[in-house]
Design a protein around this ligand. Structure first.
Ligand code: MTE
Ligand code: MO
Length: 319
C-alpha cells in the first residue's frame, strides 16, 4: 500500500513503514525489566490538559522573514491529521489519543555538563526567550513532507541559559515518560523517546524549539507543549513533547539507534542520494497536495548546515 496516498484521501492509515520496523525490533529480552521500570508510573503527575496561558497569550508572534520559502504552506489540517507519535499508537491518526497527555504545567529540566543547570515550567521558560515564527520544510524518512510555520525559539537560547562546559560535546534530548497517559509506553521499547545533537548542531541557527504551529499553541499530535525541530534532518530527530535536556561528553544512544542502529543512525541528515535500507529517499510526497517533489540535500538547508559535517566525512552522517 502506498501509505502517503491515504493522506491525500484524508483516509486513515493503520501501520506506517517506521512502525513496521519498530514492531520487528521489539525489546523482547527486556520485557520484564521494561515493564517493572514503567510500573513506577508517570514522572509528570496529574495535570489539566489546557495549553499554558503564558504560551497561548504570547501568540501569534512576528514571523522571521529570513526563513521564508517560495513554496506553498501545507494546510493546517493536512499537517495535523497525519502524524507520527508512537507513544500513542502506530497509526497516523493519533490526535484523539494524544490529547490524553497532560501538558500544563510542563516542567523542563536542563542539566548535565553545564554551569547553570535549571528546571522551569514552560510558562516561565518562554519569558526568558524571544518567540518568533519560522517557516520550515519538514521531511520524514517515510518520504512524506510538509512546509509549516512553527512558533518557538532557537535551541541555542536554551543552551546559552545553561552555559555548557567545554567537556559537553553532545546534547541529549528526552521526551516525556507517562505510561498512564500514553499507553504504548507500557510496551517494552526504549522509552522515553530520546534524541541527540552534537553541540555544534544544537547551536546552529536552524535548530528550533517549537511551542506553536500556525500561530497557535502546538496541538498534542504535533508534540505539545514543546518539541524539537531540526529541518535538515529526517523527522524522527525532531523529538516531541520534550522534558529534559542533558549536556553529555559521549554521543547519546537515541531511541531509534536502540531499536536498530543498522537502519537508523545518529546524524540522520537528509540526502536524496543515500537511500534508506528499505526505501529510496530521492523523492517526497507533499502532504495534502498530491505533489511528488525531488528531495534536496539537507532538505534545502545546505548553506546553513553543510559546514557542521566538515571533518566528519568518514562518519555515517546521512540517515
Ligand atoms: N516523542 C516522539 N517524538 C517524535 C516521534 C515519536 O514517535 N515520539 N516521531 C517522530 C517522527 S518519525 C516524525 S516524522 C515527526 C512527525 O512530526 P509531526 O507529526 O508533527 O509531523 O515527529 C518525530 N518526533
Ligand atoms: Mo518519521
Amino acid at each position: 500500500m502506498r501509505f502517503w496516498k491515504r493522506a491525500w484521501d484524508g483516509a486513515e492509515c493503520d501501520v506506517t513503514p517506521e512502525a513496521v520496523f519498530f514492531e520487528r525490533r521489539r525489546f523482547l529480552g527486556q520485557t520484564a525489566a521494561g515493564l517493572a521500570a514503567l510500573a513506577g508510573g508517570g514522572l509528570l503527575g496529574a495535570r489539566s490538559v489546557s495549553a499554558g496561558p503564558a504560551v497561548a497569550g504570547l501568540m501569534p508572534v512576528a514571523r522571521n522573514p529570513a526563513f521564508d520559502l517560495a513554496e506553498a504552506l501545507t494546510t493546517e489540517k493536512a499537517a495535523g491529521s497525519y502524524n507520527n507519535f508512537y507513544e500513542f499508537g502506530f497509526g497516523k491518526t493519533i490526535q484523539a489519543a494524544s490529547r490524553k497527555l497532560p501538558i500544563d504545567p510542563w516542567r523542563i529540566e536542563v542539566g548535565g555538563l553545564c554551569d547553570a543547570p535549571f528546571a522551569l515550567d514552560l510558562d516561565d521558560l518562554v519569558k526568558k526567550v524571544t518567540l518568533e515564527e519560522r517557516i520550515y520544510r519538514f521531511r520524514c524518512v517515510e518520504t512524506w513532507s510538509m512546509v509549516v510555520p512553527w512558533t518557538g525559539f532557537p535551541l541555542s537560547e536554551l543552551v546559552r541559559l545553561a552555559g555548557p562546559k567545554a567537556e559537553a560535546k553532545y546534547l541529549k534530548i528526552e521526551s516525556f515518560l507517562d505510561p498512564k497517559a500514553a499507553p504504548h509506553q507500557s510496551a517494552p521499547y526504549p522509552w522515553p523517546y530520546t534524541e541527540g545533537l552534537t553541540q555544534a548542531e544544537a547551536v546552529n541557527e536552524l535548530a528550533f524549539l517549537a511551542v506553536g504551529i500556525y500561530g497557535k499553541p502546538l496541538p498534542t499530535q504535533h508534540g505539545a507543549p514543546i518539541r524539537l525541530v531540526t529541518p535538515w534532518k529526517y523527522g524522527f530527530k525532531s523529538a516531541k513533547s520534550v522534558t529534559r535536556f542533558t549536556f553529555v561528553a559521549k554521543r547519546p544512544e537515541t531511541f531509534w539507534m536502540a531499536l536498530g542502529a543498522d537502519e537508523y543512525g545518529f546524524f540522520a541528515n537528509i540526502n536524496p542520494k543515500v537511500d534508506h535500507v528499505r526505501w529510496s529517499q530521492a523523492k517526497e510526497h507533499r502532504l495534502g497536495t498530491g505533489e511528488t517533489l525531488p528531495t534536496k540535500l539537507f532538505n534545502g538547508y545546505e548553506a546553513q548546515v553543510a559546514g557542521l559535517y566538515k571533518g566528519l566525512e568518514k562518519e555515517r552522517i546521512f540517515y
